[in-house]
Design a protein around this ligand. Structure first.
Ligand code: NAD
Ligand code: ZN
Ligand code: ZN
Length: 440
């Protein structure tokens, strides 16, 4: 679908000294003409017409459009261009979609991407054209202290995390639209092509072919993130765990806990299709629209708390009606439901500023929760973005070995052109929209 055009043709012209560059935009395609003066009084005009592709672009809250944008180019010797085969819509995209972040109009969405290596910068050594790869949602440099120590989500060069709201751009690449707000200056992959920086470090190679496409696509984010949520709760095999949220991340956390030998897994949500998926993988579904989730779990367990808890909901948590936002709802519940000296894993997103917060404290990222009770119980808390690189190759190998099949969570696989409808339905959590994979 992209239209590569680059023509060189001789043009009779009055002689020009040196190099002249004329830029103009005809509204549809932006062209730059370079006129070279050559010896023998011939002039050659090189017309480079920017190549275009289709992509999902954020227009305004609750509105994305699939439209033509400039196709990405190699900008640095370490870059690759990937021809995208699958890009997923994530619950994290919805925070931007709903206007609940500082995301600017014009961002190309899509941070859960996989595809085929199409072009390589001259500095790339570990990949070749035609390689099938999946990309971590958090781009990382591979060279800073945090990257070297396996904390690629906190790469100090590229992605300083949500401590930097707004536009963080490398000095060499200002003003590019992001794939996720405050996560580096990289246009997203809900598009036909994607530029991947620091490609040797970021791209995880996959077996060639088309097998396990949906499973592998989930290695970009939610499978590692669910695993991470369990990891940062301090979980050990044989323990019991309560996961709040049965969205893709919560389901992946529950699935990871099962793979890792949990004795009991509780999954709390109110969306019937999501609770049904939790049940499908052997977890105990808890519907919080039918009463206090913590009390329901304690009742089943004869009053005994669980060992670990995971918050896979984040700051847009609601009360049982599913409409009234209460940003501390899950934190409060976890502190009640986890046993003294147990652990809380919090992959669910909390932000330092929220334009749509229900109160002025939450608008500044101040979430109140019973810290006294947390202290009294000696609970530990793990938070933050998932270090995808720390887990993805092992989870890939579990998929290849037939020991993990995370794609049970996928509800819809759609062409890229249906992205606007998919965002709308996924956002309203209707028609069973649990996890959507887009294919350009
Ligand atoms: N840490 C990371 O690296 C990372 C990566 C990906 C996603 N996330 C975050 O994880 C969270 C979950 O992502 P997702 O894609 O599954 O989102 P999602 O919005 O699809 O799912 C959230 C679920 O939580 C449920 N919910 C709301 N209030 C609740 C409550 N009080 N108790 C129990 N359940 C409740 C909703 O019904 C919904 O099904 C989001 O905040 C997302 O931004 C974090
Ligand atoms: Zn995601
Ligand atoms: Zn780094």
């Amino acid at each position: 679908m992209s239209s590569p055009i680059c023509r060189i043709f001789p043009t009779p012209r009055a002689s020009l000294e040196g190099l002249n560059t004329l830029d103009f935009d005809n509204g549809l395609e932006s062209r730059s003409k370079r006129v070279f003066s050559l010896s023998l009084n011939f002039e050659y005009e090189t017309q480079e017409i920017k190549q275009v592709m289709r992509a999902v672009v954020y227009d305004q809250p609750f509105k994305v459009t699939v439209r033509e944008v400039e196709k990405p180019k190699i900008l640095h010797p370490d870059d690759i261009i990937v021809k995208v085969t699958t890009s997923c819509i994530c619950g994290s995209d919805l925070h931007m979609y709903e206007g609940r972040t500082a995301a600017q109009q014009g961002i190309i969405f899509g941070h859960e991407n996989m595809g085929i290596v199409d072009e390589l910068g001259p500095g790339v050594t570990a990949l070749k054209q035609g390689d099938r790869v999946v990309l971590p949602f958090n781009v990382a440099c591979g060279r800073c202290t945090n990257c070297e120590e396996g904390r690629s989500a906190f790469c100090t060069q590229v992605n300083p995390g949500f401590g930097f709201m707004g536009c963080f751009a490398l000095p060499s690449e200002p003003n590019l639209s992001h794939r996720y707000v405050a996560m580096g200056p990289y246009p997203g992959g809900q598009a036909e092509y994607l530029r991947v920086p620091f490609a040797d470090f970021n791209a995880l190679k996959l077996p060639p072919g088309k097998e396990h496409e949906a499973d592998f696509a989930l290695l970009a984010d939610i499978f590692p993130t669910g695993w991470h949520g369990v990891q940062i709760s301090g979980f050990k095999p044989g323990e019991s765990i309560a996961v709040f949220g049965a969205g893709p991340v919560g389901l992946m956390a529950a699935y990871s806990a099962t793979l890792r030998g949990a004795s009991e897994v509780y999954v709390v949500d109110r969306v019937p299709e999501r609770l049904a998926k939790a049940k499908e993988i052997g977890a105990i579904p808890i519907d919080f629209s039918k009463g206090d989730a913590v009390q329901q779990i304690l009742d089943i367990r004869g009053g005994k708390e669980v060992d670990r808890g995971v918050d896979a909901v984040g700051y847009q948590a609601t009360t049982g009606d599913g409409k009234t936002e209460q940003p501390n709802a899950v934190l409060e519940a976890l502190i009640r439901v986890v046993k003294p000296t147990g652990g809380l894993g919090i992959p669910g997103l909390y932000v330092p500023s929220d334009p749509g917060a229900p109160d002025s404290a939450a608008a500044k990222g101040y979430i109140s929760f019973p810290f006294g009770k947390l202290f009294e119980k000696g609970l530990t808390i793990g938070t933050g973005q998932c270090n995808v690189k720390a887990y993805n190759r092992y989870l890939r190998d579990l998929i290849i070995a037939g020991k993990a099949k995370p794609s049970f969570v996928v509800s819809h696989e759609l062409p890229l052109d249906q992205a606007a409808e998919a965002y709308d339905k996924f956002d309203r959590r209707v028609d069973g929209y649990t996890k959507v994979l887009l294919h350009p």
